[in-house]
Design a protein around this ligand. Structure first.
Ligand code: GLC
Length: 534
């Protein structure tokens, strides 16, 4: 029997925005627990919860001040244990975020480290003298605004490295003390029943960096992300990241049935290195390539086929299992990137490809970006590099449960931490009541995927189709399904492959489409995705 994460579906939720149970306008763990029945109804298998650890919130939880507790805004450790138990009762797994590359500058480890050059924790972080002529030791820039990645510490007269905000100092994974303390964090949570981890910026973990300047990026121009001025030759995707990946996997393998997911933004050919040479790193290095490619049938198919080819490549063991992601808390909402009609096609793609799908909360409603007035912006990236469209607040707004006050997310008197979105934005309540809704479509796709071996376990093969259509078959033993995705706004006539020329429609992205028998060719409406059983 394949492990659960191969046939399962992962649902990412941003704890600040799922459900507020205390009336402070910020979501929390008891709130998530109240909404578990929704996840069970939707039919997903696991909830990945973005960081809920104690944090000064400079980067909304990705600046962790204690890896083995819960921020009071989100509840208590007992609430986390209760949530894990309640999820397991419903057959749902819980995946936590594990911030590997940096801690908060308020973490006791960093406070000790910065207290004096002689402190035993000094080398838990990267401290350096100024460059020979003065100034920072290298030209490296930080991710949120492109300022120097080195912050000067007056008291001890050295610089420390921060790939993200100055409030997020980089951990030195070359230090045995860091290794021991950080690996124990994994054990702490697995002992409490956590089913796996999503490792934040897994490809940035550093063991023994070379302190050399990054070269300029010849493709950079004014108006692009200032951070991209430099290539990342010495700061990202180094052998170090694999050393750390293997350490994490060793510990995860001490326990049964846990999953290790890595956040790795790389093209398919390089991404697959993160499975490890011997299936000894990440079970699922996140594949974000469908987020970043152009939304055309040719480009999407190219990404899928390149990924499939990279997975089959001989250097890999058989353990390399694919996965796909279409949205998360760092990018614009799917429905805003590709439009509401293609968002339906995209969900059909995600839930019919070979590989574990990860859904981002509220994408199942077709939630668009929410407009954030300037005085409500909170994301440090938008604040440091304003107006370039980099801000992440629009995709992190509260879940809209009902048409009532505060959309059922919080109490009406509270000011939600981000705006709840306009009245015309979708809600669970309305969409649950309608057979035509995005939610109904996503749930039907999930149910189909769960019940079909061809979809959750079968082989993938693309077949020839007209320009603008991505068509593939999924097969397992006797079962074959064809998926035809019209990624254009015009009608298309798709010939069926000779060995699968007759079939029955199973599901369309268009609610008005009658179920028909088809033979030899199928007419697709504009922006229609269709699944056939042949
Ligand atoms: C990852 C997270 C992002 C965070 C960053 C720093 O990319 O997804 O939200 O800001 O790492 O931890």
């Amino acid at each position: 029997m394949a492990p659960w994460w191969k046939h399962g579906i992962i649902y990412q939720l941003y704890p600040r925005s799922f459900q507020d149970s205390t009336g402070d306008g910020v979501g929390d763990l008891p709130g998530i627990e109240q909404r578990l029945d929704y996840l069970a109804w939707l039919g997903v298998d696991a909830a990945w919860i973005s960081p809920m650890y104690p944090s000064p919130m400079a980067d909304f939880g990705y600046d962790v001040a204690d890896y083995t507790d819960v921020d009071p805004r989100f509840g208590t450790l007992a609430d986390a244990e209760s949530l894990i138990a309640a999820a397991h009762e419903r057959g749902l797994r819980v995946i936590l975020d594990y911030v590997v590359n940096h801690t908060s500058s308020e973490h006791p480890w960093f406070l000790a480290s910065r207290s004096s050059r002689a402190n035993p924790k000094r080398d838990w972080y990267f401290w350096k003298d100024p460059a020979p002529g003065g100034g920072p030791p290298t030209n490296w820039v930080d991710r949120f605004g492109g300022n120097s990645a080195w912050a000067w510490d007056e008291a001890t007269e050295q610089y420390y490295l921060h790939t993200y905000l100055p409030e997020q100092p980089d951990l030195n994974w070359g230090h045995p003390g860091v290794q021991e303390a950080m690996l124990d964090v994994l054990r702490f949570w697995m002992d409490r029943g956590v089913d796996g981890f999503r490792v934040d910026v897994a490809y940035r973990a550093k063991v023994a960096p070379q302190w050399r300047d990054n070269p300029p990026n010849p493709d950079w121009h004014e108006g692009r992300d200032p951070y991209k001025r430099l290539l990342e030759t010495y700061t990202k995707n180094l052998p170090d990241a694999h050393v750390v990946g293997r350490m994490l996997r060793d510990v995860v393998d001490e326990y049964r049935d846990r999953v290790l997911i890595g956040e790795v933004t790389l093209p398919p050919e390089r991404l697959v290195a993160f499975y490890g040479e011997h299936d000894d790193e990440y079970h699922l290095p996140f594949n974000f390539n469908l987020i970043h490619c152009d939304w055309t049938a040719a480009d999407v198919q190219d990404q899928v086929d390149r990924y499939e080819a990279a997975l089959q490549s001989k250097r890999l063991n058989e353990g390399a299992w694919p996965n796909y992601v279409l949205g998360n808390h760092d990018v614009h909402r799917l429905a805003s990137r590709i439009g509401p009609e293609q968002a339906r096609v995209a969900q059909m793609l995600l839930l019919t490809l070979r590989g574990t799908p990860t859904l981002y909360y509220a994408d199942e409603l077709g939630m668009p970006n929410v407009k954030i007035p300037p005085d409500r912006v909170v994301d440090p990236w938008e604040k440091n590099a304003p107006g370039l469209g980099l801000g992440r607040d629009p995709a992190r707004t509260p879940m809209r449960w009902t048409t009532g006050p505060a959309a059922g997310f919080t109490v009406p008197e509270a000011t939600p931490w981000l705006p709840i979105g306009p009245a015309e934005a979708p809600t669970v309540e309305e969409q649950r009541a309608s057979d035509d809704s995005m939610l109904a479509l996503v749930r039907a796709l999930i149910q189909l995927r769960r019940s079909s071996n061809a979809l959750h376990a079968g082989a993938y093969r693309a077949f020839h189709s007209p320009d603008g259509v991505f068509a593939y078959e999924r097969t397992e033993k006797e079962e074959t399904l064809l998926v035809l995705l019209n990624m254009t706004g015009r009608s298309q006539l798709v010939p069926l492959p000779p060995h699968a020329a007759q079939g029955t429609m199973v599901l369309s992205t268009r609610p008005d489409r009658a179920r028909e028998q088809v033979a030899y060719r199928v007419a697709l409406h504009p922006n229609e995705g269709l699944i056939l059983r042949v």
